[in-house]
Design a protein around this ligand. Structure first.
Ligand code: FE2
Length: 198
């Protein structure tokens, strides 16, 4: 690299590596992120001579189909966080910095299986939406952070016009048997229509 000439533009990153959340009660949040979301704990902060009294912090990872990743999410206990809101809402909810965190399930079948599992555990679905690029259910963690569990639609569905796919939303039932129905065949294909020069 030519040191005398700094780059004119930043490198575009690959994406988000991991997310660290402040939580009021580490054990309560551990239960949510392992038993409800399904992540596995892979580590925790331990005392060292340089850091004899570390914060209570644990690290969690998903399953990337054999691809190793050290952690997707970590939790840090911060007991003085404000009281969590009773309900979660995407646009009109409590004044929390985190709106929602989206978690990808492996595929449509496992996503449907997970929805059934959540309903069986009595987890409230705050919102269910077919977006143009994902089918999603929204729940919330014990701190009031929204959690979107989704499966991805094939890239050919949304890559032709990502903005249109992002603006598309079909709101679906959140309770009972209807909340477990997924109509994958109804997905529109998003394509930019080119203006025809006359
Ligand atoms: Fe989202």
């Amino acid at each position: 690299m030519d040191k005398a000439k700094p780059a004119a533009a930043p490198v575009t990153p690959r994406g988000i590596n991991h997310l660290v959340l402040n939580v009021r009660d580490l054990d309560e949040s551990h239960q949510f992120w392992t038993e409800i979301v399904g992540f596995k704990q892979v580590g925790e902060l331990k005392p060292t001579p340089q850091r004899p009294n570390p914060a209570r912090m644990r690290f969690y990872s998903g399953d990337r189909g054999g691809q190793t990743h050290h952690h997707d999410i970590a939790l840090v206990e911060k007991r003085d966080l404000p009281e969590p809101p009773k309900d979660w809402s995407m646009y009109g909810g409590a004044p929390l910095a985190v709106n929602h965190i989206a978690i990808t399930l492996p595929d449509r079948e496992s996503w449907l299986q997970h929805l059934e599992y959540l309903q069986g555990r009595g987890v409230k679905f705050d919102r269910r939406v077919d977006h143009g690029m994902t089918h999603s259910v929204y729940i919330h963690d014990p701190n009031g952070y929204g959690v979107e569990l989704l499966y991805e639609l094939p890239a050919e569905v949304w890559s032709g016009d990502i903005d249109a796919a992002l603006n598309f939303a079909r709101i679906l039932p959140t309770e009972g048997a209807e909340a477990l129905v997924d109509e994958a065949e109804k997905n529109p294909i998003f394509k930019r229509t080119e203006a025809v020069a006359s």
